[in-house]
Design a protein around this ligand. Sequence first.
Ligand SMILES: [Zn+2]
Length: 188
Amino acid sequence: MMTDIIKEYKLIEREIDRYRRDPDEIIDPVIMATDNNVRTVFADFSGYPKLENKLGYYRIDVDDQGNLQHTVCRRKDIEPRWLSFTLAHELAHYFYHKNVEKEWPNPPLIVDAFSKETSNNEIEQICDMFARELLMPSNRFINGVSYYRGIFTDLSDKTAAEYLANDFYVPYSHSYTRGVELGKFKNG
Ligand SMILES: [Zn+2]
């Protein structure tokens, strides 16, 4: 099971490699979206009970010419630390269909709606892994952990994750998970 996740993840991680000129480079997901003709918009989610706890969604529509139109919509009052992470996660869904499934589902369709809670679903995990790699490049994150541990003796994983969440400007939960998946923080 786990090997399937890694195999599928690697197929979409290649999209990041295509953009990075340096392994430490953080690519703006807006650039990746624009390059792939994925529209990025913001909307007021208030008054939509199904979107109450959602940060954003990815949908596929058909335009007047019969062409597929990909859109990532984020809530207009999204917390700043979730701004890039949400787009990166939804872009991963786009790349998943493009590179793993190799076909588009039938539009119009909301492919994914994203919230803060981490899901055990494999595709959700793959999309979160993609977002973490895009926004917290592995070597750079590992160097960051070493840097803070060099300054502060007995630095807890929790505090290191807080410092790195600030540096990369991402949600704390994903900074901590990044440390776990890179073997730097204890699981749990
Ligand atoms: Zn998702």
